[in-house]
Design a protein around this ligand. Structure first.
Ligand code: ZN
Ligand code: FE
Ligand code: FE
Ligand code: ZN
Length: 266
């Protein structure tokens, strides 16, 4: 079976990934993938915002690294992208980033539920103990809906990220999912099946089957991503991800070139 494109891969510029883009590309070619996309953590306007992303003055270096991988692996289609943090108020900065290079897509991700708490950061795990899980999920999905509606992103990243550490609310989250998916469907924004969740405490692809089922019913398109932070993670667990997508009804995924969407058969 032809594996779908891996659209979520990082580089060492974000300071918590290893391996050059050329090495990620080599691994992808070895697996028989035909298309990949680099989507490293985008810079913030303030470089000291946190310590897990490239600096704004490294954006050209990032593009050069991706272009080097393109040159070394001409048989691969290599897309140029970013995983952009969505925080309300950052829209203008994200538009500035968009104008700087010929991007193929932006993955919009919510990691921050406030300016100081990135919910997936293991260094801030203790924060979860001070908060009501459902309240965190509510804030998170409200932000995710704003991200989808903003029109700034082609894809929404790991859309049930709050489950990462295995902490889940007792309440039914379906209304939160529906609210987000309605925004995604209206804006024509895709979601990704992100296999990194299988490597975390939640031991589950992002998103969960129930959310993906609703996404399919709402005709929200999909992409696939390993969220690789090392070359060996490229394309990881894609067979399981494709199986999950098919099991809820998907027969197509999508790809992007210069921020335009095309459909591909799964
Ligand atoms: Zn990362
Ligand atoms: Fe992320
Ligand atoms: Fe990522
Ligand atoms: Zn990520």
């Amino acid at each position: 079976m032809q594996q779908p494109a891996d659209y979520h891969m990082h580089t060492p510029l974000c300071r918590h990934a290893v391996g050059e883009p050329v090495e990620y590309a080599r691994h992808a070619a070895g697996l028989g993938l035909t298309e990949i996309g680099f989507s490293d953590h985008s810079p913030m306007r303030q470089d000291d915002f946190d310590n897990w992303r490239m600096r704004a003055d490294q954006l050209d270096e990032y593009v050069a690294k991706v272009n080097l991988a393109r040159k070394e692996f001409p048989q691969l289609t290599i897309r140029l992208a970013l995983e952009v943090d969505y925080l309300p108020g950052q829209e203008e900065w994200i538009r500035e980033l968009a104008a700087r290079h010929p991007w193929d897509y932006f993955i919009g991700s919510v990691h921050y539920v406030s300016d100081s708490w990135d919910i997936d950061n293991p260094a801030k795990l203790s924060e979860w103990k001070k908060r009501d899980a459902f309240e965190v999920w509510q804030i998170y999905f409200e932000r995710l809906a704003l991200a989808a509606a903003s029109g700034l992103f082609e894809i929404i990243g790991h859309c049930d990220l709050p489950k990462k550490f295995g902490i889940r609310p007792q309440q039914d989250c379906t209304p939160l999912y529906r609210h987000f998916l309605a925004a995604a469907a209206k804006a024509g924004c895709a979601i990704e099946l992100n296999t990194a969740g299988l490597r975390k405490d939640c031991k589950e692809i992002y998103p969960a089957r129930s959310l993906l089922q609703l996404a399919f019913e709402n005709r929200v398109p999909i992409t696939f991503g390993s969220d690789a932070h090392a070359p060996a993670e490229v394309g990881m667990d894609f067979t399981a991800a494709v199986e999950l997508a098919r099991s809820v009804g998907y027969t197509e995924a999508c790809r992007f070139h210069r921020r335009r969407r095309e459909s591909v058969q799964l």
